[in-house]
Ligand binder design. Sequence first.
Ligand code: 5AD
Ligand code: SF4
Length: 447
Amino acid sequence: MSESAPAKGLYIKTYGCQMNVYDSERMADVLAPLGYGVVDDPAKADLVVLNTCHIREKATEKVYSELGVIKRLKQEKAQAGSAMTIAVAGCVAQAEGEEIMRRQPAVDLVVGPQAYHQLPELIARAHRARGERLAADFAAEEKFDALPTERRASGVTAFLTVQEGCDKFCTFCVVPYTRGAEWSRAPEAIEAEARSLAEAGVREVTLLGQNVNAYAADGLTLAGLVRRLAKIPGLDRIRYTTSHPKDMGEDLIAAHGEVEALMPYLHLPVQAGSDKILRAMNRAHSAESYLKLVEKIRAARPDIALSGDFIVGFPGETEADFEKTLQIVRDAGYASAFSFKYSRRPGTPAAALPGQIPDEVKEERLARLQALLDEQQRAFNLAQEGRTLPVLFEKPGRHPGQIIGRSPYLQSVHVSAPDRLIGQIVPVKIASAARNSLAGELAMETA
Ligand code: 5AD
Ligand code: SF4
């Protein structure tokens, strides 16, 4: 062990979306100067942070059951004469901070997604008196100002938050309430962070935002930001997620055809295929306008891999409505997708709608939708067989002598190749495809 081993152990468990993954990394950055180093076992931790997700009921319930486990570890530590601090961060913290403290008294502090730059102060306060917290802070700007610009990137790919919050108010969704209004970070700050990542060896960056294509700062749109970041030496691949169809601007569509670093992959959720349901969801687009948009995007970048999110069993969804969801999947064609049973979230408009759908019906519809989406994903992967794709190698594989990377379409690619290729983009001839990954071999001798 080196002498610089961290004085205090920090265990962070992350739930939910990629923005939480980013936030967890930044929490570690904020806590490092206090002597906290990340450990992979909560039993070894002085500070446990659960970075939580509130999007569906299941995600929220997971947090409470994990807290039960962590509480027992805290008791064991106390018996052994040492202390553990438990912090709940993220969207459950934002939405039900007080409820958490009531349901699980072992929790020392609760911190919302816009307040985690105050973790050092909150921890100090919690050590003095249990029960102080900061749950309802919406000033994303302050948070980013307080975070270090330097990123301690450890891999080949990284997330970078450029936009937060959502003003769309889809009637099923808690995000506008947990993450607040749409807000975009200044381009200079984003560029500085991206440069620091590239200098640390990152080759691919994924720009994050709840509505990332609504990005607007200093007269710059997301397309402008992408063009600016594409100039950074070493940053060869740029992705972004998640997008709303309404904010898919002409310039962003054009960028997909023009900016080499912008990868041919687009996560563009439609949620449902029936106009009646889309209206009830307050989605601000129809099935037809979505399909027209996809057509336009494919005109700019014909090989783009389209990805989406779907909800089945939204209140009032009939069998005929659901079949329209299957139809839009067939018409749009997806390379990958996430699909969910509607989850009734307290405080959202849809929770109060009549016509809530029984769970068995949701279950059955989800199975049919997923069978279709799986079939499409398989077909998209199979279509790569025999092609040669540039693969960015990220990490060693499970089998010795194997390394894993990603295709431009975000598919996992397994190749027998030396570890020294990790961090490089190398042409790979795709030999076979499965549902979730591709396998291939190096298309040329590497020096
Ligand atoms: N129930 C089910 N799925 C939901 N999502 C958001 N809110 C809900 C909910 N109440 C899904 C949407 C969104 C994704 C991140 O989660 O499909 O795009
Ligand atoms: Fe939620 Fe809709 Fe905003 Fe996406 S666009 S975060 S689904 S409210």
